[in-house]
Design a protein around this ligand. Structure first.
Ligand SMILES: Nc1ncnc2c1ncn2[C@@H]1O[C@H](COP(=O)(O)OS(=O)(=O)O)[C@@H](OP(=O)(O)O)[C@H]1O
Length: 394
Protein backbone atom coordinates (compact mmCIF):
# COMPACT_ATOMS: atom_id res chain seq x y z
CA UNK A 1 0.00 0.00 0.00
CA UNK A 2 2.77 2.50 1.05
CA UNK A 3 4.95 1.36 -1.85
CA UNK A 4 2.02 1.93 -4.25
CA UNK A 5 1.49 5.40 -2.83
CA UNK A 6 5.16 6.25 -3.31
CA UNK A 7 5.04 4.81 -6.80
CA UNK A 8 2.02 6.97 -7.71
CA UNK A 9 3.64 10.01 -6.17
CA UNK A 10 6.87 9.62 -8.11
CA UNK A 11 4.89 8.98 -11.33
CA UNK A 12 2.94 12.14 -10.73
CA UNK A 13 6.13 14.12 -10.08
CA UNK A 14 7.60 12.76 -13.28
CA UNK A 15 4.52 13.79 -15.28
CA UNK A 16 4.57 17.27 -13.72
CA UNK A 17 8.30 17.64 -14.47
CA UNK A 18 7.78 16.58 -18.09
CA UNK A 19 4.87 19.03 -18.44
CA UNK A 20 6.99 21.87 -17.03
CA UNK A 21 9.82 21.00 -19.44
CA UNK A 22 7.46 20.94 -22.44
CA UNK A 23 6.01 24.31 -21.41
CA UNK A 24 9.48 25.80 -21.05
CA UNK A 25 10.53 24.53 -24.48
CA UNK A 26 7.32 25.93 -25.99
CA UNK A 27 7.78 29.30 -24.34
CA UNK A 28 11.42 29.62 -25.41
CA UNK A 29 10.53 28.59 -28.97
CA UNK A 30 7.64 30.99 -29.20
CA UNK A 31 9.12 34.02 -27.58
CA UNK A 32 12.78 33.43 -28.21
CA UNK A 33 15.18 35.91 -26.69
CA UNK A 34 12.50 38.60 -27.05
CA UNK A 35 10.78 37.32 -23.95
CA UNK A 36 13.86 37.87 -21.87
CA UNK A 37 14.46 41.32 -23.24
CA UNK A 38 10.79 42.29 -22.94
CA UNK A 39 10.81 41.00 -19.39
CA UNK A 40 13.87 43.15 -18.68
CA UNK A 41 12.14 46.20 -20.08
CA UNK A 42 9.04 45.33 -18.14
CA UNK A 43 10.87 45.04 -14.86
CA UNK A 44 12.65 48.26 -15.64
CA UNK A 45 9.36 49.95 -16.12
CA UNK A 46 8.18 48.35 -12.93
CA UNK A 47 4.88 47.75 -14.66
CA UNK A 48 3.47 44.25 -14.68
CA UNK A 49 0.56 45.37 -16.79
CA UNK A 50 2.88 46.08 -19.68
CA UNK A 51 4.35 42.60 -19.34
CA UNK A 52 0.93 41.02 -19.46
CA UNK A 53 0.13 42.95 -22.61
CA UNK A 54 3.32 41.92 -24.35
CA UNK A 55 2.70 38.27 -23.50
CA UNK A 56 -0.99 38.29 -24.34
CA UNK A 57 -2.00 37.44 -20.80
CA UNK A 58 -3.68 40.75 -20.11
CA UNK A 59 -7.15 41.36 -21.37
CA UNK A 60 -7.52 43.31 -24.59
CA UNK A 61 -9.49 45.96 -22.75
CA UNK A 62 -6.50 46.69 -20.56
CA UNK A 63 -4.28 46.68 -23.62
CA UNK A 64 -6.05 49.72 -25.10
CA UNK A 65 -5.56 51.57 -21.85
CA UNK A 66 -1.90 50.67 -21.86
CA UNK A 67 -1.13 51.44 -25.49
CA UNK A 68 -2.76 54.80 -24.97
CA UNK A 69 -0.80 55.30 -21.75
CA UNK A 70 2.38 54.58 -23.63
CA UNK A 71 1.49 57.29 -26.06
CA UNK A 72 0.92 59.51 -23.07
CA UNK A 73 4.13 58.56 -21.22
CA UNK A 74 6.22 59.12 -24.27
CA UNK A 75 5.18 62.69 -24.67
CA UNK A 76 5.19 64.08 -21.20
CA UNK A 77 7.70 66.09 -19.31
CA UNK A 78 10.86 66.24 -21.34
CA UNK A 79 11.67 69.64 -19.99
CA UNK A 80 15.19 68.72 -19.04
CA UNK A 81 15.01 69.05 -15.28
CA UNK A 82 16.20 65.84 -13.70
CA UNK A 83 18.17 64.15 -11.01
CA UNK A 84 20.89 61.85 -12.24
CA UNK A 85 21.25 59.87 -9.07
CA UNK A 86 19.31 56.81 -10.22
CA UNK A 87 21.12 56.33 -13.44
CA UNK A 88 23.01 53.07 -13.87
CA UNK A 89 25.43 54.66 -16.25
CA UNK A 90 26.64 57.00 -13.53
CA UNK A 91 25.48 60.07 -15.30
CA UNK A 92 26.38 63.12 -13.36
CA UNK A 93 24.99 66.57 -13.83
CA UNK A 94 28.42 68.03 -14.50
CA UNK A 95 28.87 65.66 -17.43
CA UNK A 96 25.62 66.54 -19.01
CA UNK A 97 24.72 69.37 -21.26
CA UNK A 98 21.61 69.92 -23.34
CA UNK A 99 22.03 69.24 -26.99
CA UNK A 100 20.70 72.06 -29.04
CA UNK A 101 20.20 70.45 -32.34
CA UNK A 102 20.09 71.94 -35.72
CA UNK A 103 16.65 73.25 -36.65
CA UNK A 104 15.52 72.91 -40.19
CA UNK A 105 12.66 74.55 -41.97
CA UNK A 106 10.31 71.63 -41.40
CA UNK A 107 10.71 71.77 -37.68
CA UNK A 108 7.39 72.28 -36.02
CA UNK A 109 6.71 73.99 -32.79
CA UNK A 110 8.29 71.73 -30.22
CA UNK A 111 5.81 72.71 -27.53
CA UNK A 112 4.03 69.47 -28.37
CA UNK A 113 7.02 67.65 -26.86
CA UNK A 114 6.00 68.64 -23.42
CA UNK A 115 2.33 67.98 -24.06
CA UNK A 116 0.56 67.17 -20.88
CA UNK A 117 -1.57 64.10 -20.32
CA UNK A 118 -4.88 65.77 -21.05
CA UNK A 119 -3.52 67.05 -24.32
CA UNK A 120 -2.92 63.53 -25.54
CA UNK A 121 -5.65 61.58 -23.88
CA UNK A 122 -8.50 64.02 -23.72
CA UNK A 123 -7.57 66.73 -26.15
CA UNK A 124 -6.69 64.48 -29.04
CA UNK A 125 -9.73 63.55 -31.09
CA UNK A 126 -7.92 60.40 -32.22
CA UNK A 127 -7.65 58.84 -28.77
CA UNK A 128 -11.09 60.05 -27.71
CA UNK A 129 -12.62 58.49 -30.77
CA UNK A 130 -10.72 55.25 -30.27
CA UNK A 131 -11.95 55.00 -26.72
CA UNK A 132 -15.52 55.74 -27.73
CA UNK A 133 -15.36 53.07 -30.39
CA UNK A 134 -13.87 50.59 -27.95
CA UNK A 135 -11.01 50.15 -30.39
CA UNK A 136 -8.56 47.46 -29.35
CA UNK A 137 -4.81 47.34 -29.78
CA UNK A 138 -3.45 44.56 -31.90
CA UNK A 139 -0.17 43.30 -33.26
CA UNK A 140 0.79 44.13 -36.84
CA UNK A 141 3.63 43.22 -39.14
CA UNK A 142 6.15 46.09 -39.23
CA UNK A 143 5.60 49.06 -41.52
CA UNK A 144 9.18 50.18 -41.00
CA UNK A 145 12.42 48.27 -40.56
CA UNK A 146 15.83 49.39 -39.39
CA UNK A 147 17.80 47.04 -41.62
CA UNK A 148 21.34 48.04 -40.64
CA UNK A 149 24.16 48.58 -40.81
CA UNK A 150 25.60 46.65 -37.88
CA UNK A 151 27.66 48.81 -35.45
CA UNK A 152 26.57 52.05 -37.10
CA UNK A 153 24.17 53.25 -34.40
CA UNK A 154 21.09 51.14 -35.08
CA UNK A 155 20.25 50.77 -31.37
CA UNK A 156 20.56 54.51 -30.81
CA UNK A 157 18.27 55.15 -33.77
CA UNK A 158 15.63 52.73 -32.49
CA UNK A 159 15.73 54.04 -28.93
CA UNK A 160 15.51 57.63 -30.16
CA UNK A 161 12.69 57.21 -32.65
CA UNK A 162 10.60 55.09 -30.30
CA UNK A 163 10.33 58.14 -28.03
CA UNK A 164 7.66 59.17 -30.49
CA UNK A 165 4.18 58.25 -29.23
CA UNK A 166 3.21 56.98 -32.65
CA UNK A 167 6.08 54.53 -32.91
CA UNK A 168 6.08 51.17 -31.20
CA UNK A 169 8.95 48.78 -31.65
CA UNK A 170 9.96 45.24 -30.90
CA UNK A 171 12.50 45.51 -28.08
CA UNK A 172 14.98 42.99 -29.37
CA UNK A 173 16.34 41.99 -32.75
CA UNK A 174 13.82 39.51 -34.07
CA UNK A 175 15.98 38.16 -36.94
CA UNK A 176 12.89 36.99 -38.76
CA UNK A 177 14.05 37.56 -42.35
CA UNK A 178 17.49 36.04 -41.86
CA UNK A 179 17.18 33.33 -39.19
CA UNK A 180 13.54 32.54 -38.52
CA UNK A 181 11.94 32.97 -41.90
CA UNK A 182 10.67 29.40 -41.97
CA UNK A 183 8.55 30.12 -38.90
CA UNK A 184 6.25 32.26 -41.00
CA UNK A 185 4.63 35.68 -40.79
CA UNK A 186 2.29 34.60 -38.02
CA UNK A 187 5.33 33.96 -35.80
CA UNK A 188 6.81 37.29 -36.84
CA UNK A 189 3.66 39.21 -36.05
CA UNK A 190 3.55 37.61 -32.64
CA UNK A 191 6.87 39.29 -31.86
CA UNK A 192 5.56 42.72 -32.64
CA UNK A 193 4.25 45.09 -29.95
CA UNK A 194 0.61 46.00 -29.61
CA UNK A 195 -0.37 49.12 -31.47
CA UNK A 196 -3.46 51.22 -31.79
CA UNK A 197 -4.63 52.88 -34.96
CA UNK A 198 -2.15 55.43 -36.28
CA UNK A 199 0.89 53.91 -34.57
CA UNK A 200 3.82 52.60 -36.61
CA UNK A 201 5.20 49.15 -35.91
CA UNK A 202 8.98 48.98 -36.15
CA UNK A 203 11.69 46.37 -35.85
CA UNK A 204 15.48 46.52 -36.11
CA UNK A 205 17.80 43.72 -37.09
CA UNK A 206 21.09 45.08 -38.48
CA UNK A 207 22.05 41.85 -40.26
CA UNK A 208 19.13 42.28 -42.68
CA UNK A 209 21.15 44.76 -44.74
CA UNK A 210 23.85 42.23 -45.62
CA UNK A 211 21.83 39.01 -45.89
CA UNK A 212 21.19 38.35 -49.55
CA UNK A 213 17.76 36.72 -49.23
CA UNK A 214 16.30 39.50 -47.10
CA UNK A 215 15.38 42.19 -49.69
CA UNK A 216 13.14 39.80 -51.60
CA UNK A 217 11.58 38.47 -48.40
CA UNK A 218 10.79 41.93 -47.08
CA UNK A 219 9.34 42.88 -50.46
CA UNK A 220 7.20 39.77 -50.38
CA UNK A 221 5.84 40.72 -46.95
CA UNK A 222 5.05 44.29 -47.98
CA UNK A 223 6.38 46.07 -51.05
CA UNK A 224 5.68 49.41 -49.32
CA UNK A 225 7.87 48.76 -46.28
CA UNK A 226 9.92 51.79 -45.26
CA UNK A 227 13.58 51.04 -44.70
CA UNK A 228 15.93 52.90 -42.39
CA UNK A 229 19.66 52.43 -42.91
CA UNK A 230 22.24 53.92 -40.53
CA UNK A 231 25.69 54.10 -42.04
CA UNK A 232 29.02 55.08 -40.58
CA UNK A 233 32.58 55.42 -41.86
CA UNK A 234 33.30 51.77 -42.78
CA UNK A 235 36.74 51.85 -41.16
CA UNK A 236 35.38 52.90 -37.76
CA UNK A 237 32.53 50.48 -38.24
CA UNK A 238 34.98 47.61 -38.85
CA UNK A 239 36.93 48.52 -35.70
CA UNK A 240 33.69 48.68 -33.72
CA UNK A 241 32.67 45.28 -35.06
CA UNK A 242 36.08 43.86 -34.16
CA UNK A 243 35.92 45.42 -30.67
CA UNK A 244 32.59 43.70 -30.04
CA UNK A 245 33.94 40.32 -31.22
CA UNK A 246 37.11 40.75 -29.14
CA UNK A 247 35.05 41.48 -26.05
CA UNK A 248 33.57 37.99 -26.35
CA UNK A 249 36.79 36.12 -27.15
CA UNK A 250 39.84 36.41 -24.93
CA UNK A 251 42.51 35.22 -27.40
CA UNK A 252 41.36 37.23 -30.41
CA UNK A 253 44.12 38.17 -32.88
CA UNK A 254 44.94 41.82 -33.45
CA UNK A 255 42.69 43.78 -35.81
CA UNK A 256 45.67 44.35 -38.13
CA UNK A 257 46.28 40.59 -38.35
CA UNK A 258 42.70 39.88 -39.34
CA UNK A 259 41.98 42.73 -41.75
CA UNK A 260 44.84 41.93 -44.11
CA UNK A 261 46.12 38.85 -45.90
CA UNK A 262 49.67 37.52 -45.35
CA UNK A 263 50.75 39.83 -42.58
CA UNK A 264 51.41 42.92 -44.73
CA UNK A 265 49.01 45.78 -45.38
CA UNK A 266 49.11 45.17 -49.13
CA UNK A 267 46.01 43.00 -49.49
CA UNK A 268 42.81 43.69 -47.57
CA UNK A 269 40.96 40.55 -46.49
CA UNK A 270 37.53 41.13 -48.00
CA UNK A 271 36.32 37.78 -46.69
CA UNK A 272 36.62 38.95 -43.12
CA UNK A 273 33.16 40.00 -41.94
CA UNK A 274 34.07 43.33 -40.32
CA UNK A 275 35.74 44.44 -43.58
CA UNK A 276 33.17 42.96 -45.95
CA UNK A 277 30.13 44.56 -44.29
CA UNK A 278 31.58 48.03 -44.95
CA UNK A 279 31.23 47.68 -48.73
CA UNK A 280 27.79 49.26 -48.49
CA UNK A 281 27.28 49.83 -52.21
CA UNK A 282 27.29 46.09 -52.94
CA UNK A 283 24.54 45.35 -50.47
CA UNK A 284 22.52 48.40 -51.45
CA UNK A 285 22.42 47.17 -55.06
CA UNK A 286 20.49 44.10 -53.91
CA UNK A 287 17.95 46.21 -52.03
CA UNK A 288 17.45 48.44 -55.04
CA UNK A 289 16.37 45.42 -57.09
CA UNK A 290 13.26 45.29 -54.96
CA UNK A 291 12.73 48.79 -53.52
CA UNK A 292 12.70 52.33 -54.86
CA UNK A 293 15.43 54.54 -53.48
CA UNK A 294 12.67 56.75 -52.06
CA UNK A 295 11.65 53.91 -49.74
CA UNK A 296 15.02 53.99 -48.03
CA UNK A 297 16.24 56.66 -45.64
CA UNK A 298 19.97 56.84 -44.98
CA UNK A 299 20.99 58.15 -41.60
CA UNK A 300 24.51 59.29 -40.85
CA UNK A 301 25.87 57.37 -37.85
CA UNK A 302 28.32 60.20 -37.19
CA UNK A 303 25.58 62.83 -37.19
CA UNK A 304 23.36 60.67 -35.02
CA UNK A 305 26.05 61.14 -32.36
CA UNK A 306 26.83 64.82 -33.06
CA UNK A 307 23.28 66.00 -33.58
CA UNK A 308 20.69 63.30 -32.81
CA UNK A 309 17.75 65.70 -33.01
CA UNK A 310 18.62 66.60 -36.58
CA UNK A 311 18.72 62.99 -37.76
CA UNK A 312 15.60 62.04 -35.80
CA UNK A 313 13.87 65.03 -37.37
CA UNK A 314 14.63 63.59 -40.81
CA UNK A 315 13.35 60.19 -39.72
CA UNK A 316 10.09 61.65 -38.42
CA UNK A 317 9.56 63.51 -41.71
CA UNK A 318 10.29 60.36 -43.69
CA UNK A 319 7.77 58.38 -41.66
CA UNK A 320 5.15 61.10 -42.01
CA UNK A 321 5.19 61.76 -38.28
CA UNK A 322 4.78 65.03 -36.50
CA UNK A 323 8.13 66.26 -35.16
CA UNK A 324 7.65 65.35 -31.53
CA UNK A 325 11.16 64.08 -30.73
CA UNK A 326 13.43 67.11 -30.61
CA UNK A 327 16.66 68.26 -29.00
CA UNK A 328 14.77 68.55 -25.72
CA UNK A 329 14.86 64.79 -25.40
CA UNK A 330 18.65 64.53 -25.47
CA UNK A 331 21.61 65.62 -23.44
CA UNK A 332 25.29 64.98 -24.04
CA UNK A 333 27.06 62.85 -21.46
CA UNK A 334 30.69 63.93 -21.48
CA UNK A 335 31.94 60.85 -19.61
CA UNK A 336 30.34 58.50 -22.09
CA UNK A 337 30.97 60.82 -25.02
CA UNK A 338 27.55 60.19 -26.50
CA UNK A 339 24.07 61.64 -26.46
CA UNK A 340 21.79 60.14 -23.84
CA UNK A 341 18.09 60.38 -23.06
CA UNK A 342 16.23 62.24 -20.34
CA UNK A 343 13.62 59.50 -20.33
CA UNK A 344 12.33 56.75 -22.55
CA UNK A 345 9.62 54.14 -22.82
CA UNK A 346 11.64 51.88 -20.55
CA UNK A 347 12.97 54.36 -18.00
CA UNK A 348 11.77 57.62 -16.58
CA UNK A 349 15.20 58.81 -15.39
CA UNK A 350 18.09 60.12 -17.51
CA UNK A 351 20.11 57.34 -19.02
CA UNK A 352 22.53 56.42 -21.75
CA UNK A 353 22.49 53.36 -23.96
CA UNK A 354 23.99 50.26 -22.30
CA UNK A 355 27.65 49.51 -21.68
CA UNK A 356 27.95 47.62 -24.98
CA UNK A 357 27.25 50.83 -26.89
CA UNK A 358 30.04 53.33 -27.08
CA UNK A 359 32.91 51.01 -26.18
CA UNK A 360 36.54 52.14 -26.16
CA UNK A 361 38.24 50.94 -29.32
CA UNK A 362 41.75 49.45 -29.30
CA UNK A 363 44.62 51.36 -30.87
CA UNK A 364 45.03 50.41 -34.53
CA UNK A 365 48.23 51.21 -36.44
CA UNK A 366 47.89 54.36 -38.54
CA UNK A 367 49.24 52.58 -41.64
CA UNK A 368 46.51 49.94 -41.39
CA UNK A 369 43.83 52.60 -41.12
CA UNK A 370 45.25 54.50 -44.09
CA UNK A 371 45.27 51.34 -46.20
CA UNK A 372 41.68 50.57 -45.29
CA UNK A 373 40.62 54.11 -46.15
CA UNK A 374 42.19 53.73 -49.61
CA UNK A 375 40.45 50.42 -50.01
CA UNK A 376 36.99 51.74 -49.16
CA UNK A 377 37.24 55.05 -51.06
CA UNK A 378 35.90 53.81 -54.44
CA UNK A 379 33.11 51.85 -52.75
CA UNK A 380 32.19 54.87 -50.63
CA UNK A 381 32.08 57.09 -53.73
CA UNK A 382 29.81 54.59 -55.43
CA UNK A 383 27.60 54.57 -52.35
CA UNK A 384 27.40 58.39 -52.38
CA UNK A 385 26.35 58.27 -56.04
CA UNK A 386 23.70 55.65 -55.39
CA UNK A 387 22.19 57.44 -52.39
CA UNK A 388 22.74 61.00 -53.58
CA UNK A 389 24.35 61.79 -50.21
CA UNK A 390 28.00 62.60 -49.64
CA UNK A 391 28.79 61.24 -46.19
CA UNK A 392 32.29 62.72 -46.43
CA UNK A 393 34.08 59.79 -44.85
CA UNK A 394 37.86 60.33 -44.84
N1 LIG B 1 23.86 57.63 -28.19
C1 LIG B 1 24.71 56.64 -28.37
N2 LIG B 1 25.20 55.95 -27.32
C2 LIG B 1 26.07 54.94 -27.52
N3 LIG B 1 26.51 54.54 -28.74
C3 LIG B 1 26.04 55.20 -29.80
C4 LIG B 1 25.14 56.26 -29.68
N4 LIG B 1 24.86 56.73 -30.91
C5 LIG B 1 25.56 56.01 -31.76
N5 LIG B 1 26.28 55.07 -31.11
C6 LIG B 1 27.16 54.13 -31.76
O1 LIG B 1 26.44 52.93 -31.95
C7 LIG B 1 27.42 51.92 -32.10
C8 LIG B 1 26.74 50.57 -31.96
O2 LIG B 1 25.99 50.40 -33.12
P1 LIG B 1 24.70 49.46 -33.19
O3 LIG B 1 23.74 49.86 -32.15
O4 LIG B 1 24.23 49.50 -34.60
O5 LIG B 1 25.34 48.06 -32.83
S1 LIG B 1 24.68 46.65 -33.12
O6 LIG B 1 24.89 46.33 -34.54
O7 LIG B 1 23.28 46.70 -32.75
O8 LIG B 1 25.46 45.73 -32.25
C9 LIG B 1 28.43 52.23 -31.04
O9 LIG B 1 29.65 51.69 -31.46
P2 LIG B 1 30.91 51.55 -30.47
O10 LIG B 1 31.34 52.96 -30.19
O11 LIG B 1 31.93 50.79 -31.19
O12 LIG B 1 30.42 50.83 -29.24
C10 LIG B 1 28.42 53.76 -30.99
O13 LIG B 1 29.51 54.33 -31.63
Amino acid sequence: MTINWFHNLSNRSLVITILICISLIYVSYTFNSCLISNLGRTLNKNSLKQFFISTSLWSDNMAIVNATKLALNNTTNFNGSYSASNDNNNISNKDSVHLHGHHNKNQRNSSSTSASAPHILDGSPKYRLLRQQGSRPSRHLPDTLIIGVKKSGTRALLEFIRLHPDVRAAGCEVHFFDRHYQKGLHWYRHHMPYTIEGQITMEKTPSYFVTKEVPQRVHHMNANTKLLVVVRDPVTRAISDYTQAASKKADMKRFEDLAFVNGSYAVVDTNWGPVKIGIYSRYLEKWLHYFQLSQLLFISGERLIMDPAYEIGRVQDFLGLKRVVTEKHFYFNATKGFPCLFKSEARSTPHCLGKTKGRNHPHIEAAAIERLRDFYRPFNNRFYEMTGINFAWP
